[in-house]
Ligand binder design. Structure first.
Ligand SMILES: [Ca+2]
Ligand SMILES: [Ca+2]
Ligand SMILES: [Ca+2]
Ligand SMILES: [Ca+2]
Length: 360
């Protein structure tokens, strides 16, 4: 949910909780107020159906469900698969390392009530980082939410460089999207250093179990798209000799579509992310990304963000565990028929089959 789309209602919902320095802090929860906010969101969605409105209802429902659900015991186990978080990890000093190098590893963790998780990675100068939580798939009993917030934190351990609420895709690594409430930071350019990623629930009381955290650090300069590339047959090829491809492109004219192709082995993970606001100016492109199989059929379509803001730039992306070896395509298009705008696309493929097992 782009919190700027409906600032009045969204702020009213967020206002139930008190946020300070990017961290959620407990505040008395007024259940009646949450119900009023849910009804308000539903009224907006009824009057003006659309993805932003639907996400608003999702969030209101999730906030209410979190209040109603009994708390799970602290330390509830995460599902198998992924590099596990190492609690306690509630500070930069105790962060769990996730290398960020390729082939990229996937972290696995859970957010218990009030929990925050710090992860850490290193980046060389000029690198771009692509960070996503995936909160989809089967949840552990007691989970109440799929709604995470991630913050990219500077080497000082406290300065928030960028945060995101809902640009990610909660799909559990497959073709079914359970929610649009997970988080994504796409393509932030970094100085050399050791960075931190802080993961917590949107709602202080929310229990998110499990989540998967992908962090890919890329160093290659983007290669410009080559039009025409509007069909699978004319797709720009992303070769995986270096495990990933970074492309700069644009929805140049109304109706433009940009195809990129890659070969992926069964069991590997394709992680595709578009930075939809490369200038990070808040004027992002409202993109839709489609992952398509060799027959050009959609296997996963993602559309979580709108145009974003300077502090919360637009991005789209997801992870997908490839069921069968073959050619896959990422198709980039605009959400509207007439929209245009630029983007930087990253597609990486991981051979972390061991991490994929038991994921969903
Ligand atoms: Ca945790
Ligand atoms: Ca923790
Ligand atoms: Ca184009
Ligand atoms: Ca094109």
């Amino acid at each position: 949910m782009n919190r700027h789309a409906f600032p009045g209602v969204r702020l009213a919902i967020a206002g139930i909780f008190v946020f300070s320095a990017g961290m959620a802090c407990a505040a008395p929860v007024d259940r009646d107020q949450l119900e009023r906010e849910l009804r308000a969101a539903q009224a907006i969605e009824k009057q003006s159906p659309g993805k932003a409105e639907a996400l608003l209802v999702d969030e209101a429902l999730a906030a209410l469900a979190a209040v109603d659900a009994p708390n799970a015991p602290d330390g509830a186990p995460a599902q198998s698969g992924g590099i596990p978080e190492a609690e306690p990890n509630n500070s930069a000093a105790t962060a769990t390392a996730l290398s960020g190098n390729l082939p990229f590893p996937v972290g696995s963790g859970s957010i218990t009530a009030g929990d925050v998780d710090y992860w850490t990675f290193t980046a060389p100068a000029g690198a771009r980082v692509w960070i996503e939580t995936d909160t989809g798939g089967t949840q552990v009993a007691g989970s109440t939410s799929r709604d995470t917030i991630i913050e990219l934190i500077a080497p000082d351990g406290s300065t928030v460089i960028e945060s995101d609420d809902d640009d990610g895709t909660a799909n559990g690594g497959d073709g079914t999207v359970e929610a649009g409430l997970s988080s994504l930071i796409g393509g932030r350019v970094l100085l050399a250093g050791t960075y931190y990623v802080r993961v917590h629930a949107f709602n202080e009381a929310g229990i998110v179990n499990p989540y998967r955290l992908s962090i890919v650090v890329t160093t290659a300069a983007p290669i410009a798209e080559s039009e025409p590339n509007n069909t699978a047959a004319t797709a720009g090829v992303i070769a995986f000799g270096t495990s990933y491809g970074v492309r700069s492109g644009a929805i140049n004219v109304a109706g433009d579509a940009d195809y990129y192709s890659m070969a992926a082995a069964g069991g590997t993970v394709v992680y595709f992310v578009a930075d939809a606001d490369p200038g990070h100016a808040g004027d992002g492109t409202d993109l839709v990304l489609e992952l398509r199989d060799a027959s050009d059929a959609i296997v996963l379509s993602v559309d979580s963000s709108i145009t974003g803001s300077a502090t919360n730039p637009a991005a789209e992306g997801a992870r997908y565990i490839v069921p069968t070896t073959g050619v896959y395509y990422v198709k980039v298009r605009h959400y509207t028929a007439n929209g245009t705008g630029d983007y930087v696309l990253m597609v990486s493929i991981s051979d972390d089959r061991i991490f994929a097992s038991g994921f969903d």
